[in-house]
Ligand binder design. Structure first.
Ligand code: SAM
Length: 257
């Protein structure tokens, strides 16, 4: 089986044909949330060039199709994970229901639902609901012998005790949407990928649930955040991404690291 590679293709097919059974220590998956609207645009914001609602073909499925898709890719991830492996799945209120049902169907153990509080969340243009400022990351494990590097995570926790000593990390993570130098941009200076995840998020996940030399896999690699951070911390990595333009961006990012 090849390691330290980015595949261009469908994650279910590649997980089932190119990745050995029970070979992966940690999976981070940031799947389509199935929330794409109809091209709403908001010109003139400051975050990634013109900000836009996620409106991509890979993010449009009917409800039954989305359920089947969730079953397929979590099933293929289950096959690839080692018996003590961990999977972290990014989601929002749109798709947390489907993800939780499938995890339970496959007998995964849910250890945490981490809430990501997006400190620079976009305002609500419709003015008809509370402003959405959170996403979630579900941490689930295949068996009972999962890895959790408690002391290391305590050390990197930005929150400290009153006396300045290290503090246990809570399941509420405050971090902004990716901006500034970290944000990958195209030649038009617009955000290259609509849902680039913060490197700080991947750092916490990779340091918590893998060790140096372990294998980290991302089935929905996008701009390459997971493989970039995995390499930085001495882990092996595999990324899978369907869209060629994102595969190229991710490979370029890896070559810079
Ligand atoms: C939410 S984004 C991931 C963003 C990523 N975490 C980052 O930091 O850039 C989901 C990605 O999955 C890709 N994708 C959608 N369906 C896929 C499939 N069946 N197999 C592989 N990739 C897929 C999309 O092209 C998109 O780039």
């Amino acid at each position: 089986m090849k390691k330290n590679i980015i595949y261009n293709g469908d994650c279910v097919e590649i997980l089932n044909t190119k990745v050995d059974e029970a070979s992966v220590d940690l999976i981070f998956a940031d799947p389509p949330y199935n929330l794409s609207g109809n091209g709403l645009k908001w010109k003139g914001n400051q975050t990634g060039g013109d900000w836009y609602m996620v409106n991509e073909n890979w993010d449009k499925m009917s409800a039954p199709e989305y359920m089947r898709f969730t079953q397929k890719w979590i099933g293929a991830s289950h096959r690839a994970l080692k018996d003590n492996g961990s999977i972290y799945i990014a989601c929002s209120y749109h798709n947390i229901g489907e993800v939780m049902i499938v995890l339970k169907q496959l007998d995964f153990k849910v250890n945490n639902i981490i809430t990501w509080y997006k400190t620079n969340a976009m305002p609500n243009m419709t003015r008809r609901t509370f402003t959405h400022a959170t996403e979630f990351v579900i941490w689930a494990t295949k068996g009972s012998g999962w890895n959790f590097n408690y002391e290391e995570i305590k050390k990197i926790n930005p929150e400290k005790q009153k006396d300045g000593s290290d503090k246990q990390m809570r399941d509420l993570w405050e971090m902004p949407l990716v901006q500034g130098k970290e944000r990958l941009r195209g030649i038009d200076n617009k955000a290259l990928h609509p849902t680039q995840k913060p490197e700080e998020m991947l750092k916490r996940i990779i340091l918590a649930s893998s060790n140096k030399g372990d294998l980290v896999l991302d089935p929905f690699l996008g701009s390459g955040t997971t493989t970039y951070v995995a390499k930085k911390y001495g882990r092996g990595w595999i990324g899978i991404e369907r869209e060629k333009k994102y595969v190229e961006a991710a490979k370029k990012r890896m070559n810079k690291s």
